[in-house]
Design a protein around this ligand. Structure first.
Ligand code: PGA
Length: 267
């Protein structure tokens, strides 16, 4: 099968919010109170056609998790430490996320790589920690503007992906979600064109299929970087774009609901 062929229909899109260091627990509760009713009318259709997840900052997880209960919206975390426990001030363990019923966790976000010096080996160690867990990884990969201009995009995303696949067994792929986020498009208002996104997603798909066989067709590849209601449909119309990771536009419940509901308009 060529990249994308016959597979998009089998991959339920995932629309995930990354709130970064925004909102307080009270604001998160209020957000959920406004968001859930926006989906309610379409709940049955959404159930079969799209999955939704929210990744708030860690101190918000408990309150937001309670506010989302019964809504089928997944709870996601923004980070975890590779060690199971220990003297790591300020860090969060997998057991803590499991206890809060998180379904997903972001690893490898470019802000973690760039601002906090996380390298491929550290991110691979986080992936290894997740191998035996029901918490699924959303692995973020993407090139900087310099890397794109030097024509190194595909090599960079391949290296970032390989670091995690090399460190984990085939079982890990079952729960894996990949998010392609070109660094130059994050929080800048500059979105990759649908064609750019599809070219990179198709290359990621090829690597996944080379490495994992048919299971590679089942891995969802999200696009992230200035996704908003006005551009989500054209991005999702690409055969290997299986959802979105949304920062800025997820802070407003209306625009995030519009993004999730756009999945229902897709053929
Ligand atoms: P953005 O962020 O939508 O604000 O560009 C996306 C992300 O960093 O995940």
């Amino acid at each position: 099968m060529s990249p994308g062929e016959g597979a998009n229909a089998d991959r339920i899109p995932l629309i995930a919010a990354n709130w970064k260091m925004h909102l307080t627990a009270s604001e998160a509760e209020d957000w959920a109170g406004r968001f859930i009713p926006l989906l309610r009318d379409r709940a049955e259709a959404l159930d079969r056609r799209v999955e939704v997840a929210i990744a708030p900052a860690h101190p918000l997880l408990d309150r937001l998790g309670r506010a989302l209960r019964g809504s089928r919206v997944h709870l996601a975390a923004q980070n975890l430490h590779p060690e199971p426990e220990g003297a790591f001030t300020g860090e969060v363990s997998l057991a803590m996320l499991e206890d809060l019923a998180c379904d997903f966790v972001l690893i490898g976000h470019s802000e973690r790589r760039q601002l906090f010096g996380e390298d491929d080996a550290f991110i691979a160690a986080k992936a290894r920690r997740l191998e035996a867990s029901r918490v699924r990884a959303i692995l973020c990969i993407g090139e900087t503007l310099d890397e794109r201009e030097a024509d190194r995009t595909l090599a960079v995303v391949d290296r970032q992906l390989a670091a995690v696949l090399d460190a984990t067994g085939a079982g890990f792929a079952g729960g894996l979600v990949v998010a392609y986020e070109p660094v130059w498009a994050i929080g800048t208002g500059r979105t990759a064109t649908p064609e750019i996104a599809q070219t990179v997603h198709a290359s990621i798909r090829r690597t996944l299929v080379d490495r994992l066989g048919d299971r590679g067709h089942g891995v969802r590849i999200l696009y992230g970087g200035s996704v908003k209601p006005s551009n989500v449909e054209e991005l999702l119309s690409q055969p290997d774009v299986d959802g979105a990771l949304v920062g800025g536009a997820s802070l407003d419940p209306h625009s995030f609901a519009e993004i999730a509901l756009a999945c229902l308009e897709m053929p």
